[in-house]
Design a binder for this molecule. Structure first.
Ligand code: FAD
Length: 286
């Protein structure tokens, strides 16, 4: 099997065209595991790791542009991500283990489109957009339109993800990522919740964005629960009501890690983490 290491996108497109059955590889932490498990042998691999264009982070027009081949470790080490996008930072810090984070990329996490992908719920609550490019040009779409189902994205043959553009929340927004796994490290989420809440002057929740991982075929957003919380102080009884709505609405399955019933109750109970906000205290999601 041939492995190509293009250094620019201009080098990548002809390689892709000449090797239409090739697999794209970023960190390889999902792809190589999958190839070993299934015995699949793509005729060639096109590695993205030397593409400087995909490895940059920059602030552009009120958003953070994150190159698809930026590693999860680089996200976890980034001060701008820690300070401006804490839910994404907490998700990066909670993904896998140090060696996995060293290789794994944000684009790979997105293209794997696992319902348990840790960076996905934060990217949903921040309203991230995905920049996709192919030989014929570029397009940009909301993350919710990019991910179509478990393991399914809207990438067309020959296209790759180049960047993720994450709008920076306005000052005063609170955001966090809460992950429950079978243990604290090296664990895929049994259930997770990302939140981004802008509070009103009197301490009530203003704009509320919520996204659950591992409790449905893709990340689950529940606009009815967001609308229920908007305008209210996040007192425990309010959060319990919202939790009951969420538990009824998510679509979990039984698998080796947990039962659907356990995931359903976790999805509701994770909202109780926000009770500290009702007391004007902030906590982080770890
Ligand atoms: C031990 C272990 C623990 C793990 N723990 C976690 C965890 O806690 N949480 C979690 O979310 N994940 C976890 N993972 C899964 C994995 O590490 C992540 O999903 C990671 O982000 C994948 O990134 P990658 O760069 O390695 O992707 P790769 O394996 O390189 O690629 C994954 C898929 O995406 C495609 N792809 C990659 N980049 C692009 C691009 N730019 N454009 C188009 N297609 C692309 C590839 O073709 C492939 O189909 C774990 C994996 C291992 C092995």
């Amino acid at each position: 099997m041939e492995v190509f290491f293009p250094r620019t996108l201009a080098e990548l497109w002809p390689l892709k065209a000449a090797n239409p059955e090739s697999a794209v590889m970023a960190g390889g932490t999902d792809l190589l595991v999958r190839l070993r498990k299934t015995g699949e042998r793509p005729p060639a691999i096109i590695a993205l790791e030397r593409l400087a264009e995909l490895r940059r982070m920059s602030i552009e027009g009120g958003g953070l542009r994150i190159g698809a081949a930026v590693t999860i470790g680089e996200l976890a080490a980034s001060e701008i991500v820690r300070d401006a996008l804490p839910a994404l930072w907490q998700a990066a810090a909670a993904l896998g283990s140090p060696p996995v984070r060293h290789g794994a990329t944000v684009g790979g996490n997105m293209c794997t489109a696992s319902p348990a992908g840790d960076t996905l719920p934060p990217l949903y609550v921040y309203g991230a957009a995905v920049a996709v490019a192919g030989a014929a040009g570029c397009r940009r779409l909301p993350i919710g339109d990019f991910i179509l189902g478990p393991g399914r994205t809207s990438l067309a043959p020959g296209e790759i993800v180049t960047d993720i553009i994450v709008p920076l929340p306005t000052g005063g927004a609170f955001s966090a990522y809460y992950k429950v796994g079978k243990r604290r490290a090296m664990a895929i989420a049994v259930a997770s919740l990302a939140v981004c809440i802008v509070r009103t002057a009197d301490g009530a929740a203003g704009k509320v964005r919520l996204a659950w991982g591992s409790v449905g075929p893709t990340v689950i957003s529940l606009p009815a629960v967001e609308a229920f919380l908007a305008g209210k102080r996040l007192a425990p009884d309010v959060l319990r009501q919202a939790g009951a709505m969420a538990a009824a609405a998510v679509l979990p399955i039984d698998d080796v890690r947990a039962s659907a019933g356990y995931r359903r109750s976790l999805a509701g109970n994770l909202l109780l983490k926000l009770a500290a906000l009702g007391d004007d205290e902030q906590e982080d999601g770890r």
